[in-house]
Design a protein around this ligand. Structure first.
Ligand code: PEP
Ligand code: MN
Length: 361
C-alpha cells in the first residue's frame, strides 16, 4: 500500500481547481492501455485527474463489464507514473472498499446507480467514516429529486467533498445526442447548490466524437466548473463507448480550443453596462408578461363565447393555423422553430386551462 500514500499532489487543491479537467478511458482494459492513456494524457499537461471504469454497469448483458478488481493495481501504477489523482466508478459497498484499499483518490457514482436509492445507500454506508471526495452523476432519467437524494445520502454518511457530474438524460426518440443534455436541469441544480462543484460529461451526452467540443463549450459558457471526458489510445478499438472516445492528444487540443470565459470581471464600466442591459431585459420581460396576460383575457372571452355556443375548447385546425403563422413569423424574426414550438405549446396549454375554468364554471 506504499504507492497509495506517495502523492505528488494535494487532493484538496485538485478538487478545488477551476476548471477541473478529468480524463481517461471509459474502461480500463489492459495494464498497457491504461498506463499508455494515462501517460499520454499527463504529457498534454491539461489534465488534473485520471478516470477509468473498473466495474462497468451495462444496460445490456454480454457487453464488456469491466476488468474488475485486478485493474485497481494498474490504476495505482498510472497514478504513480503520472503523479495525477485517480477516480473510478463505484456501485456497491464492496467496490467502495476495494477502490479505497487500492488508494483510489476520488470515487464517482454512475448514472445507473444514482437512480436506485438502495444502491446509493449501500455505497453511502460503505463511505461512513472515510474522507474521500465523491462525484455524483445525474440519474439516467430526468428526475432532479433522485440526484438530490443521492447527494443527501452521501452527505449524511459524513462525506464533505461532494461534486456533481452532468451526463445528460435518457429520452425516448432522441437522435442527436446519446443522452439529451436538458441543460435547464443542471442549471437548476447549480441554482440550488451554488457552492457545489458541477462538471460536465460531454462524452456520455454526445455518444460520438464530432460534437464533443460544442457540448463542452456550452457547459463552460454556462459556468460549469470543469469537464470529464473519455480518452483512449485507440478509440475505435475501445471495449466500451468506442464512438465517443478521443485520443489523449485530441483531448489536449480540445481543452486548448475551448474559450474559457470568466464569470465576473472587476471593471466598473463592464458592471455599469451589464446593469443597463439587464434593466432592458427586465423591462422587456415586464412587457411580455403584460401582453401574455392580455392574450389570456382574450382567450377567456373566446371561452365564454364557446360556452354559449356549446363548442369544444380545442379546435385542431385553428391550432395548426396558429403554429403555421408562428413558424413563418418566427423564422423572419430569427426565432428557432424549436423555441417557437415550445413557447406556443406553453402559451396554448395556459389558454386551454383558463378556458377550461370558464367553460366548467
Ligand atoms: C462512464 O462514465 O463510463 C459511465 C458508465 O457513465 P454513466 O454512468 O454516465 O453512464
Ligand atoms: Mn463510458
Amino acid at each position: 500500500m506504499e504507492q497509495a500514500t506517495q502523492k505528488a499532489f494535494n487532493l484538496d487543491a485538485v478538487f478545488n481547481k477551476r476548471p477541473l479537467i478529468i480524463s481517461g478511458p471509459c474502461s480500463a482494459e489492459t495494464e498497457e492501455q491504461l498506463i499508455q492513456t494515462a501517460t499520454r494524457l499527463a504529457a498534454t499537461g491539461k489534465i488534473d485527474m485520471l478516470r477509468a471504469g473498473i466495474w462497468k454497469p451495462r444496460t445490456r448483458p454480454g457487453s464488456f463489464e469491466g476488468v474488475g478488481t485486478k485493474g485497481l493495481p494498474w490504476l495505482q501504477s498510472a497514478k504513480k507514473i503520472t503523479g495525477l489523482p485517480v477516480t473510478v466508478e463505484v456501485a456497491t459497498g464492496k467496490q467502495v472498499e476495494d477502490a479505497l484499499h487500492f488508494g483510489v483518490d476520488v470515487l464517482w457514482i454512475g448514472a445507473r446507480t444514482t437512480v436506485n436509492p438502495f444502491s446509493v445507500q449501500e455505497v453511502a454506508d460503505a463511505l461512513r467514516g472515510v474522507k474521500v471526495p465523491v462525484l455524483i452523476k445525474n440519474p439516467i432519467n430526468p428526475d432532479l429529486e433522485l440526484w438530490v437524494g443521492a447527494m443527501e445520502r452521501v452527505a449524511n454518511a459524513g462525506i464533505e467533498q461532494i461534486g456533481l457530474i452532468h451526463r445528460g438524460f435518457s429520452s425516448y426518440g432522441n437522435t442527436e445526442y446519446r443522452n439529451a443534455p436538458m441543460w435547464h436541469l443542471a442549471i437548476e441544480m447549480k441554482r440550488r447548490y451554488p457552492n457545489t462543484l458541477m462538471i460536465n460529461d460531454p462524452s456520455h451526452i454526445c455518444g460520438r466524437r464530432d460534437i464533443l467540443l460544442e457540448v463542452a463549450q456550452t457547459a463552460i459558457d454556462l459556468d460549469f466548473d470543469g469537464l470529464i471526458v473519455e480518452s483512449h489510445i485507440d478509440p475505435d478499438m475501445a471495449w466500451s463507448d468506442a464512438k465517443q472516445q478521443i485520443t489523449p492528444e485530441k483531448m489536449g487540443e480540445m481543452v486548448d480550443s475551448i474559450r474559457w470565459r470568466k464569470e465576473d470581471v472587476a471593471s466598473e464600466d463592464y458592471h455599469a453596462n451589464l446593469e443597463k442591459l439587464r434593466q432592458q431585459i427586465n423591462n422587456l420581460d415586464d412587457e411580455l408578461m403584460q401582453i401574455l396576460s392580455q392574450r389570456m383575457k382574450v382567450a377567456r372571452n373566446i371561452g365564454e363565447y364557446k360556452k354559449e355556443n356549446n363548442i369544444t375548447i380545442l379546435q385542431t385546425n385553428r391550432w395548426n393555423d396558429i403554429l403555421d403563422r408562428a413558424f413563418l413569423k418566427g423564422e423572419k424574426l430569427g426565432l428557432s422553430k424549436d423555441f417557437v414550438t415550445r413557447y406556443f405549446d406553453a402559451v396554448h396549454m395556459e389558454s386551454i386551462s383558463q378556458q377550461n375554468k370558464i367553460m366548467n364554471q
